[in-house]
Design a protein around this ligand. Structure first.
Ligand code: KIV
Ligand code: ZN
Length: 520
């Protein structure tokens, strides 16, 4: 058995399915390029039949991919599989990933008995294999599927031509021992199991996704499915950075290799946090802000003498450069370009021009511009999509001990300037009410979160806003040294994303609605 473990990234499919993490077309292309450059073996680029937007994104990613296999998801229906192939066919190395829920709960939903589902699996995997020589099949909720039946359906899928069999822990229910036992059982009991690749796909509901994935590898799985920052439904998926670094750091007892260039991890983690609107928690393993920070005297003393006393990997291993000097208002364009390159951003001249203007504005308001300020600023510059329907023109807020607080706002809505003058219970409340007065929506504010990007009273505030409308969720983010301006821009950002979502049906909803009665 090979000691090479394939990394299958599903940030753009399973990750994007997390409520509110919708990414724009251009953002998806950018993340796919970063994944390809980092050495991801297989990129699951989307769910082509879910929406026109998903189809376009998968097709475009397939056209642009250099080394990675490009995969699309399809339910167990001919229509889904055909649509998936239409999108991935542009890739140098396309893959179709088709799945069906095999546990008793899922068989109930699809109204198929064991034999009926076995037939469905045979027909659909055969169909996929006739279109593409690289086919992955997943028995969704495999962990809660009866073992005998799991062996039976895996054998059928292999005989029908599947080249990768993925064993998903769809609800994050398993523990490491069971995760490895199941892979070992399949390898022992299923004829032909040694000729295909077994994959592990773990959700993190009990916080064990990474441990479960590694346990599966130790039992013989050779593909790990994961997402950047562990993005994904509910508590998320196995985090790419965690499994890859665990394999690297503990290669002494887990002698398996991946192709991932780990020095690119920090950059892609930050970018995914920005475009998905899901900030990384400070104490998150590998990519959290505090992952390499040492506060206590004993730890700092130990670090100064020998960094290995309190660090099991070096910051540079994941692409963190040492402490670097902040820029200021006298810094020029060349210094800004050099700093951005050091942070992993290569900008075209026209992009640099825009960023430089915003950097100067920020440097006028803020004495020192730190790396995190620049990253926040980059997000804001790239964040406003050309085709955003709603844009902030101006905002003036009156606040203080004498209420009510008041917001005067002008918005550009579909190219027409509209304004409102509104009072509220605090400046943020007044600001959000002004947006709603100008652009009425039935959406509900689900989350409003503010955090300081750096230290000091002149720090930029990053604001996250999550809106919900008819079960559709969108998250917006923005940063500014003025917290109320950042709040307004984050709200408008979420609003624009929600408007895009209105036109797109959520992949998760589709999965639940599927009726497995029509295979043609
Ligand atoms: O979690 C899951 O079961 C999935 C399947 C579609 C593979 O994401
Ligand atoms: Zn999943």
């Amino acid at each position: 058995m090979s000691d090479q473990v394939l990394i299958f990234d599903t940030t753009l499919r399973d990750g994007e399915q997390s409520p509110g993490a919708t990414m724009s077309h251009n953002e998806k292309l950018e993340i796919a390029t970063l994944l390809d450059e980092m050495g991801v073996d297989i990129i699951e680029a989307g769910f082509p039949i879910a929406s026109e937007g998903d189809f376009e994104a998968v097709s475009e990613i397939a056209k642009n991919s250099k080394n990675s296999v490009i995969c699309g998801l399809a339910r167990a229906s001919f229509k889904d599989i055909d649509r998936c192939m239409e999108a991935v066919k542009h890739a140098a190395r396309p893959r179709i990933h088709t799945f069906i829920g095999t546990s008793p709960l899922h068989r109930d939903i699809t109204a198929l008995d064991m034999d009926g589902m076995a037939d469905r699996i045979h027909e659909t995997v055969t169909h996929a294999r006739n279109l593409c020589d690289n086919v992955q099949w997943s028995p969704m909720d495999a962990i809660r599927t009866e073992h005998d039946y799991l062996c039976r359906v895996v054998e059928i899928a292999i005989k029908a031509g599947a080249t990768t069999i993925n064993i998903p822990d769809t609800v994050g229910y398993t523990i490491p021992r069971e995760s490895s036992d199941i892979i070992r059982m399949l390898l022992e009991r299923v004829p032909g199991a040694d000729e295909i690749v077994f994959a592990t796909h773990c959700h993190n509901d009990l916080g064990m996704a990474t441990a479960n994935s590694l346990a599966a590898v130790e039992a013989g799985a050779r593909q790990i499915e994961c997402t950047i920052n562990g993005l994904g439904e509910r508590a998320g998926n196995t985090a790419l950075e965690e499994v890859v670094m665990a394999l690297k750091v503990r290669n002494d007892i887990m002698p398996y290799a991946t192709r991932i260039d780990t020095t690119k991890i920090m950059n892609i983690s930050r970018r995914v946090a920005q475009v998905s609107g899901f900030p990384v928690q400070f104490n998150k393993a590998i990519v959290g802000k505090n992952a390499f920070a040492h506060e206590s005297g004993i730890h700092q003393d130990g670090m100064l003498k020998n960094s290995e006393t309190f660090e099991i990997m070096r910051p540079a291993d994941v692409g963190l450069s040492g402490t670097s000097l902040p820029l200021g208002k006298h810094s020029g364009r060349a210094a800004l370009r050099a700093k951005l390159e050091e942070l992993g951003y290569e900008l075209a001249d026209n992009q640099l021009k825009d960023v430089f203007v915003r950097f100067k504005e920020l440097a006028d308001r803020k004495k020192e511009v730190f790396d995190d300020d620049l990253i926040a600023l980059l997000r804001d510059t790239a964040g406003g999509e050309q085709n955003d329907r709603v844009k902030l023109k101006s905002l003036k807020v009156i606040c203080g001990t004498e209420g009510p607080q008041q917001a005067s706002m002008a918005l550009d809505v579909d190219g027409v300037e509209k304004s409102a003058n509104v009072t509220g219970d605090g400046p943020v409340d007044a600001t959000f009410k002004a947006i709603k007065e100008i652009f009425p929506m039935t959406s509900r504010l689900q989350l409003y979160q503010v955090h300081a990007v750096t230290e000091g009273t002149d720090a930029q505030a990053t604001v996250s806003v999550r809106l919900e409308e008819d079960g559709k969720i969108a998250t917006g983010q923005s940063s500014d040294t003025d917290t109320v301006v950042a709040s307004a821009k984050a709200y408008i950002n979420a609003l624009n994303r929600l408007l895009v979502r209105r036109e797109k049906s959520a992949p998760g909803a589709d999965v639940k609605e599927v009726k497995y009665t029509d295979a043609s």
